[in-house]
Design a protein around this ligand. Structure first.
Ligand code: PAF
Length: 285
């Protein structure tokens, strides 16, 4: 597995994969890899792509400098996992390679980035779109793979790629869960054992929501099922429930039909060391 730290090196590696007749699959990550990330690599391998994974903790998508500092960095373990998963090349640039002195251009989806989760994290999806556009332009992959867990991020990236005529095909990959149902996330390691046990309430609330929806429930009833389940767990502080149309993220009212997305978020832990977890489920009725 090649480890490239400069744009020139990764471009040269991609040229070699193409010269050997391979398609290229991009798996962008911020490191601290878990099985969720490895499922993106597996999807790329299943498509027979030469897999280019990127590890870059992107400063422009963090509103809070403390969050950026606390973001787990596990470079050696990450490289070992990617190599074992059959990745062909890893691009892990330093910050100045991605944002050289004087960089001022941003990429933003004007609506999808500034609603729902984007309202609590202003600028977050602008940072994501900017870095993902740069990675698309650097790697020029045939395919790129993103987790469905950050449901809004996936829709933002799909929209951006469509609007900017990005030739790379964007693929969503289903959320990978721990045995007890907690969605895998790099943040899970920051949970105390008690909060880790309590965090299964997120997935439990989505299962409850799905039951209510399948039983013909209204949006109000689905919303109440989620809130009641999470509020019954004293260690969880519910911060968001959004029930939206798939792809457009527009609100849904009444008795839903077609495909809806449910996005939830909750905080765990003390005020000075809060861990924000998100989860999501897409339901077709
Ligand atoms: O989902 C992530 O890990 C990041 O937002 C991404 C897509 C790698 C951009 O930094």
């Amino acid at each position: 597995m090649l480890v490239c730290r400069s744009i020139a090196e990764i471009r040269s590696a991609v040229r070699d994969f193409r010269a050997a007749g391979q398609t290229v699959g991009l798996v962008p990550t911020m490191g601290a890899l878990h099985d969720g990330h490895l499922s993106l690599v597996a999807a790329a391998k299943a498509a027979k792509d030469a897999v280019v994974a990127t590890i870059f903790v992107n400063p422009t998508q963090f509103g809070n400098p403390d969050d950026l500092l606390k973001y787990p960095r596990t470079e050696q373990e990450d490289l070992a996992k990617l190599e074992a998963a059959g990745v062909a090349a890893v691009f892990m640039p330093p910050v100045h390679e991605m944002y050289p002195e004087g960089a001022e251009t941003i990429v933003e989806t004007t609506q999808l980035a500034n609603m729902l989760h984007g309202l609590v994290r202003p600028g977050h999806y602008r940072g994501v779109c900017t870095i993902v556009t740069k990675l698309f332009n650097i790697v020029m992959a045939d395919n790129a793979y993103f987790g469905e867990k950050d449901y809004q991020q996936l829709q933002v990236i799909r929209r951006m790629a469509l609007d900017l005529n990005v030739p790379t095909a964007v693929h969503g990959v289903p959320t990978v869960r721990e045995a007890d149902g907690l969605a895998m996330s790099s943040r899970n390691v920051r949970l105390s054992p008690e909060d880790r046990a309590a965090s299964i309430v997120l997935n439990a609330s989505l299962t409850r929501a799905e039951e209510v929806a399948a039983g013909g429930g209204t949006i109000e009833q689905i919303d109440a099922a989620i809130r009641d389940t999470i509020n019954a767990e004293p260690r969880a502080r519910l911060t968001g429930v959004d029930i939206v149309q798939a792809f457009t993220l527009q609100p849904v009212t009444g008795r839903p039909s077609g495909t809806i997305g449910i996005m939830i978020s909750a905080e765990f832990g003390p005020e000075d060391n809060t861990v924000l977890l998100i989860d999501q489920r897409e339901i077709t009725l």
